[in-house]
Design a protein around this ligand. Structure first.
Ligand code: SF4
Length: 137
């Protein structure tokens, strides 16, 4: 079960994604056994990310961002758009998984096109260099 806010018992600690004190210090190889819990967090993206993800073309990206947001909200690809910061937030599945996360393999299906936020995690994030690590079941 991967619902946000639910506690998950582990040998070491009680994990709760919303409690940063339960996040683990990132180390190489940690992702290999992880449930990809980081891919259940809200992902903020720019229009450049949307171009790389092939959701917006270069021409459209130079136009009205609100119109892009409206189109992508209707398609349920983004949840919201902050016009002051020009940041879009990607939509998630009912269980909080990112739309681009494979539910079985727990791998990103657009890895080479993934947003900067994902590329920079966990160096940049709610708790720098720490992960919401939870082992796969
Ligand atoms: S785009 Fe890929 S790496 Fe980023 S949160 Fe979604 S599944 Fe994870």
């Amino acid at each position: 079960m991967s619902k946000r806010g639910k506690n998950t018992a582990s040998a070491v600690s009680i994990f709760n994604i919303d409690d940063l004190s339960t996040w683990q210090k990132y180390r190489k190889g940690l992702c290999d056994t992880c449930h990809a819990t980081c891919c259940t967090l809200p992902v903020e993206v720019t229009v450049s990310d949307l171009v790389r993800m092939s959701l917006v073309d270069e021409f459209e990206a130079e136009g009205d961002l609100k119109a892009i947001a409206k189109r992508l909200q209707k398609a349920r690809i983004i949840d919201n758009f902050n016009h002051k910061t020009a940041i879009f937030t990607l939509a998630r599945m009912a269980n909080d998984d990112c739309l681009y996360l494979d539910s079985k393999t727990r791998r990103c299906t657009i890895y080479h096109q993934r947003p900067e936020t994902c590329r920079n995690h966990p160096q940049i994030g709610p708790k720098a260099n720490h992960c919401p690590y939870r082992p796969r079941e």
